[in-house]
Design a protein around this ligand. Structure first.
Ligand code: ATP
Length: 512
């Protein structure tokens, strides 16, 4: 017998439609997505069951035009014979919790703090330590519930994953005692207003670190969205809700419709997919962080899916003009439908936009930029025929006549550090988008992780970047300021399979 889930025995399509309709109004709801594709999969399964029922009011008529994908959980990745016993055994070993004990023996039950598809979440306090926790009660009956418990066990321990404190089993449910995230959900924080790029990048980096960890641990989350990113009181992000997560090994693919419509990757709608679906969903999240709206919208599910499959996003005009080019570059690399060219979590973390805003030495750069330029230059980037670009410092007055501006200027006279940074970041972006793809000299290639900021960014000063720059052919040449003093170092951004790494170059040529 199927277990009753929240809302699942009512008219799911109505609930979903209502949720959907109510999600299209306000600014905050532009980024909300309260329903899961599993509802449709489940509904579709029920439709199969009442296939002979009269069409009016049947599941079939309710489903028409909503979803056509196979049911979730049909993945071939769940090995047969992975019984509950084995899973419970695993839980016991790790949590040291006896099967006979009841959650009430150890915790005092408090108020309900959240409800999800598969159960409720409530506050509880340890009888021994007095520490507060969140307890998620999951009714047994579906494979996903056992999988969620198992995967949480598997991932628990990473600072970006909600720590599983203990698991209690009852005949018809599990109680998962988790660390309490009192800071609420990212979605609620996002609804309060737009994020600066700096703040977005820092949050996003943390999200990507957890996603990278999941992928390294052979787990695809499949439901990355701001509703599932919780915050601690200190503001640390924690990925939660592994209800749709799946284990995956290298080279394997998943099938089955799972996720939240607005965040779902196109390949989920059309067939087999891999962990790259999380990158797409994270790209949707980044889009929402940067401009406050979801990229793929529509007034019906069909319309949303159509948008996901076909709409080409334009990152060049409108609201995007106020977003730095590296941010747009990263977004484009994440929201590409070509899965093989979609970047990995590790590559996201090495992207210049992330590095610029999150690495300490690069942050120093922007601070220096402000203090050394009290009035501050503004930057304009121009393209000329033959794809030569020049970046000019505008000190007020002597503007050369230049063709085709490709970027808006960023003036610190507006008093905005963010704008200063956008200008600098845009310069990096121009470099990124016009470099020749070539093999870097190994000895001078900065390591993609750790040392990159020490080796590279220490030479990347604000003066260099805010000075006159000329990008000629494929090389970024940097000339400092107006005094003609040439900086000793410059940087060449090289693209390797879609990832940009920063290498130090020794040669310089003047861009006058
Ligand atoms: N560790 C936690 N600390 C604080 N609140 C939590 C915690 N875990 C979950 N919640 C709250 O409970 C809500 C539902 O939890 P969760 O997302 O895990 O359930 P679900 O059934 O899988 O939900 P969904 O419908 O989003 O798939 C969350 O949105 C959050 O508000």
């Amino acid at each position: 017998m199927r277990k009753k889930r929240k809302g699942s025995e009512t008219d799911v399509s109505t609930e979903v439609t209502n949720n959907f309709a109510s999600s299209c109004g306000s600014r905050s709801s532009n980024i909300r997505s309260h329903f899961s594709l599993e509802d449709y999969a489940r509904l579709k399964k029920r439709c199969k069951e009442d296939v002979d029922a009269p069409p009016v009011g049947s599941c079939k008529s309710r489903l028409a035009g909503i979803a056509t994908a196979p049911p979730c959980g049909a993945s071939s990745l769940v090995p047969p014979g992975r019984g509950l016993k084995r899973k419970i055994g695993c839980i016991e070993v790790i949590t040291q919790i006896g099967r006979k004990k009841k959650v009430e023996d150890d915790y005092v039950k408090g108020a309900t703090i959240g409800r999800g598809k598969f159960g409720s979440v409530w506050l509880c306090r340890s009888r021994t330590s007095g520490v507060d926790f969140a307890c998620k009660t999951l009714c047994k009956g579906e494979e996903t519930v056992h999988r969620e418990v198992e995967i949480m066990q598997h991932l628990s321990g990473h600072p970006g994953v909600v720590t599983l404190q203990a698991v209690y089993e009852e005949p018809d449910c599990f109680h998962l005692v988790m660390e309490l995230c009192s800071g609420g959900r990212l979605i609620d924080q996002m609804a309060e207003g737009q994020y600066s790029e700096q703040r977005a990048a820092n949050i996003f980096k943390d999200v990507m670190l957890v996603i990278k960890y999941c992928h390294e641990m052979g787990v695809v989350h499949r439901d990355i969205k701001p509703e599932n990113i919780l915050l601690t009181t200190s503001g640390t992000i924690k990925l939660a809700d592994f209800g749709l997560a799946m284990r995956i090994s290298k080279g394997q693919t998943l099938s089955g419709l799972a996720g939240s419509p607005a965040y779902v990757a196109p390949e989920v709608l059309s067939g087999n997919y891999s962990e790259k679906v999380d990158i797409w969903s994270a790209g949707v999240l980044l889009h929402a962080l940067l401009v406050g709206v979801l990229p793929f919208q529509g007034d019906s599910l069909k319309a949303v899916f159509e948008a996901i499959k076909n709409v080409n996003l334009d990152f060049h005009s409108g609201i995007w003009e106020s977003v730095s080019k590296p941010a747009r570059d990263l977004l484009a690399r994440m929201l590409t439908r070509d899965v093989s060219s979609r970047i990995t979590a590790d590559e996201v973390l090495r992207h210049p936009w992330i590095l610029f805003y999150t690495e300490r030495s690069l942050k120093t750069l922007s601070i220096k930029s402000k203090s050394k330029n009290q009035v501050g230059p503004s930057i304009q980037i121009y393209s000329s025929p033959g794809s030569k670009l020049s970046v000019r410092r505008i000190d007020g007055g002597s503007h050369s006549r230049v063709p085709q501006p490709v970027s808006t200027s960023s003036s610190s006279s507006c008093g905005s550090e963010e704008q200063d940074e956008n200008g600098v970041v845009d310069v990096l972006a121009v470099a990124i988008s016009h470099v020749r793809i070539s093999e870097p000299k190994r000895s001078r290639l900065c390591s993609p992780t750790g040392p990159i900021e020490q080796q590279c960014s220490s030479n990347l000063t604000a003066n260099n970047l805010l000075g006159k720059m000329m990008l000629m052919d494929d090389e970024l040449n940097i000339q400092s300021g107006d005094n003609g003093v040439i900086s000793s170092k410059a940087f060449d951004f090289q693209s390797h399979g879609g990832v940009c790494s920063v290498i130090e170059i020794e040669s310089l040529s003047l861009g006058t």
